[in-house]
Design a protein around this ligand. Structure first.
Ligand SMILES: Cc1ncc(COP(=O)(O)O)c(C=O)c1O
Length: 467
């Protein structure tokens, strides 16, 4: 009878796959015996497999090069890494081996780039730094300081109109500029138009009445990113086409415009059942842009991307041990992990995000349906479904002495920042100043500062930039 866990996987998916195979009941990930790592380091464990970062960047570059050659596309391709997906020094150092550029989302991100310049990983003469995000004064000041200090290829992308005034007050050098288009959200989303960027109907007017009047600013880039990422859906193609049409209209009044930034969103596998046809998507994007531009008699733009998850997601894995089993009623059997979903894989809780879940050992044992429970007190700290099935099956264990280890794979993007690894934050937004308020015996208020706003030095230290 075919009732082992390995039979279940072989009957459900094409298996083995490039990254995953099984030998003597144990899982190998990128040809690494995961049990060896567990025996050496114990659990719970986060893993980053660094070579995957470079191979993903090279893969994307290759795909765009081939697509552009096939379409006889005349623009260049620029791969930017979006730092927010993982800001660790070890990630940036690996990514920067591949002749890439960078995209930032907050003030401290620019401090991070200065740290990379200091250690020689980034050269200010060559590096294109695309500055996205809503800009607080400190972010504006950092952009201006870098531009005035010779970072010629720093490109602030306006998220709102006021930012332009703020930048113009501080920057006297010739500076390239971008505008982010506020895209329409998917029809089933909570609101119609993204809060990020400037609305379509305002862009032309804003360019003519503001940017065009400041000769040291050169409107070079139109930026477009949609929440759902790059998908073969009519929604995506429709948004892309609107954006390229706007590019062509704007180009007619702004000949300096020469770049289209299509953001991030290249998907990664969250289940062994998925198999993305990346080549088709990339070729179709390039074709669409070319066709629309040609129909307007406009030269094709240089293409920028900001792939975060695609760059670093598949390099990551999160490993747990099953500590014990709890049978809470006839049908609900819990495997308790030795950590927490909420704190180590927060997207599973906040976004119902699924990842590839596989046992590390016991592939030759029978399997059973289980619920996975985390160790926090929160009833939401659980994981009970996969991308392809509304249930979880894992090798059967009957008591806690049977050591079962499980891995969540492709967890390398966003999880550390959102869960606050060591005190970092999503998009490096600092912890606010914290004050304490009390009253003395007469009822008079007494206030004191418990902690100042978090500094960039403290974050960069956590991320591995300073000792
Ligand atoms: C402006 C921008 N660029 C790039 C990205 C990266 O997206 P992904 O990690 O899906 O590639 C994001 C994600 O939020 C974004 O907002």
């Amino acid at each position: 009878m075919k009732n082992k866990y390995i039979d279940l996987v072989e009957q459900t998916f094409d298996f083995p796959q490039d990254e995953f195979r099984v030998e003597e009941g144990n899982l190998f990930f990128n040809d690494i015996d995961m049990m060896d790592i567990i025996e050496k380091y114990g659990t719970p464990l986060k893993i980053t497999y660094l070579p995957k970062i470079s191979s993903q960047i090279q893969r994307a570059k290759r795909m765009f090069k081939v697509a552009m050659a096939k379409a006889d596309y005349r623009g260049d391709f620029h791969y930017c890494y979006c730092t927010k997906s993982s800001q660790f020094a070890f990630v940036l150092h690996e990514a920067l081996k591949n002749d890439i550029h960078l995209e930032t989302s907050s003030a401290y991100d620019l401090d991070l780039i200065l740290a990379l310049a200091k250690d020689g990983s980034v050269k200010k003469e060559d590096a294109i730094v695309v500055c996205n995000g809503f800009k607080r004064p400190r972010y504006i000041q950092n952009i201006a300081a870098m531009r005035n200090d010779g970072w010629e290829h720093i490109v602030p992308v306006l998220d709102n109109k006021n930012e332009f005034e703020d930048l113009a007050e501080l920057i006297t050098e010739d500076t390239d500029l971008g505008i982010r288009i506020a895209s329409e959200e998917e029809p089933n989303f909570d609101f119609y138009t993204s809060r990020l960027g400037i609305r379509y109907s305002d862009i032309m007017h804003f360019y003519k009445n503001n940017i065009a009047k400041r000769p040291n600013f050169h409107m070079k880039m139109l930026h477009f990113f949609i929440n759902t990422g790059i998908r073969d859906t009519s929604y995506y193609w429709n948004e892309l086409s609107k954006c390229v049409n706007l590019y062509c209209d704007l180009k007619a009044v702004c000949p300096e415009l020469d770049s289209l930034n299509i953001g991030g969103g290249l998907p990664i596998k969250t289940s062994l059942a998925q198999d993305f046809d990346y080549e088709y998507m990339v070729e179709e994007i390039i074709n669409q842009i070319k066709i629309i531009c040609n129909s307007h008699g406009v030269e094709e733009p240089h293409i920028y991307t900001e792939f975060g998850s695609f760059t670093v997601g598949e390099a990551g894995a999160t490993i747990f041990k099953i500590l014990d089993i709890k049978q809470q009623n006839d049908r609900e059997r819990w495997y308790m992990i030795d950590n927490s979903f909420m704190t180590s894989m927060p997207d599973t809780w906040g976004l119902n995000q699924r990842f590839i879940l596989l046992p590390i050992n016991k592939w030759n044992d029978e399997y059973q349906r289980v619920f996975l429970g985390g160790l926090t007190c929160d009833s939401q700290d659980f994981y009970n479904a996969e991308f392809h099935a509304n249930a979880i099956f894992l090798p059967t264990i009957r008591n806690r002495r049977e050591s079962l280890y499980i891995g969540f794979f492709h967890t390398g993007a966003y999880q550390e920042a959102i869960s606050g690894f060591g005190g970092i934050k999503h998009c490096l937004q600092p912890s606010p100043k914290h004050i304490l308020i009390n009253r003395d015996e007469d009822g008079k208020l007494i206030t004191s500062v418990f902690s100042e706003e978090q500094s960039s030095e403290s974050m960069l230290k956590i991320l591995g930039y300073y000792k």
